[in-house]
Design a protein around this ligand. Structure first.
Ligand code: FAD
Length: 281
């Protein structure tokens, strides 16, 4: 953990591209609110297979116009080399300097991943095409990627992304501090020297959280799950308890040396904003 403490702390927020005009207008308001907290950047997710390629670009563009830094996510499974290079050039022309490079998931209905299977290949391509223009963030999984055969294999593959030129990592969300501490320690044993910033998912809706967690392999510890289940449809109690749990998680992570926090905002200002203010960031 000691080397993580040496990295400057970076606090950031994540969005997904809005689907329509109403959602876009709401996200403008969210951004104005969250921008007051001065996150280092807003990152914008990307649908594998190009489903939100223009949505990601447009969102990144208007976030920049509000005077805040934005980082597009870009994924390679199902994409062609040409389409990736086009995106890199477009972002470069926009003055974007930070990018989140992902393998992504094969979109349903698409039989073959195409020429790219893994994120390390994307990192390699970005470095080859744009040298050191971009600060590259990659994904990390303290509780293991759901498709990984075992922890050691997953760590080996994480290392491959770092060796290909990643500058930093953002983790999948989790609620077990020990999983993060152990992951960071094992990275350090391998000699990996890069900031590994924990991803934080505010808890506001149990059913949605359970669905996401099943899909992405994040564990909701039993005691948290049981308490949340016990609240039934009482959203106020879920939010109050979720707030306490998430604030405590963030405090413990920062005390353990985490070099910042990356908030999965779900395009809403209040849940992230309240945690941010409580932490006094
Ligand atoms: P990889 O690093 O390629 O890993 C994927 C799997 O392949 C792992 O199990 C790994 O162990 C294995 N692997 C890697 N290399 C090899 C190899 N050489 N041989 C064999 N196995 C290997 N998804 C989106 O669609 N859009 C987004 O915007 C998005 N943003 C995300 C942001 C963050 C911070 C995180 C944590 C995840 C995000 N995801 C997003 C989800 C991500 O795309 C999925 O988890 C995807 O399944 C894996 O992407 P990756 O970059 O981790 O891939």
């Amino acid at each position: 953990m000691n080397t993580q403490k040496n990295f400057p702390r970076v606090f950031s927020c994540e969005y997904f591209p809005p689907k329509d005009d109403e959602a876009r207008a709401k996200l403008h308001d969210t951004t104005r609110e969250l921008a007051q907290l001065k996150p280092k950047y807003f990152s914008v997710t990307y649908g594998a297979g190009g489903s939100t390629q223009s949505g990601t670009y447009d969102t990144v563009k208007w976030i920049r116009e509000l005077g805040v830094d934005a980082a597009p996510h870009i994924s390679c499974v199902g994409a062609t080399r040409e389409s990736i290079v086009d995106q890199l050039q477009a972002y470069k022309a926009l003055g974007i300097k930070r990018i989140v490079a992902l393998g992504g998931d094969l979109p349903s209905g698409m039989a073959s991943p195409g020429e790219f299977r893994y994120a390390w290949q994307l990192v390699e391509l970005i470095r080859k095409e744009t040298a050191d223009w971009f600060h590259i963030e990659v994904a990390a999984y303290p509780e293991m990627h759901p498709r990984a055969a075992n922890f050691e294999e997953d760590l080996k593959h994480f290392r491959q992304k770092v060796d290909a030129g990643a500058n930093a990592a953002l983790t999948q969300y989790f609620y077990n501090v020990d999983a993060y501490v152990r992951f960071v320690a094992e990275c350090e044993q391998l000699g990996l020297r890069l900031p590994i910033v924990p991803g934080i998912m505010p808890i506001t809706n149990y059913k949605q959280l359970a669905r996401f967690s099943d899909a992405c392999g994040a564990e909701i510890p039993r005691w948290i799950r049981k308490r949340l289940e016990g609240f039934g449809d009482d959203l106020d109690s879920i939010r109050a308890f979720g707030f306490e749990v998430t604030v405590e998680l963030c405090e413990e992570l920062l005390a353990a040396g985490a070099p910042g926090l990356h908030f999965y905002t779900m395009n809403r200002a209040a849940p992230t904003g309240r945690i941010w203010q409580q932490l006094g960031l």
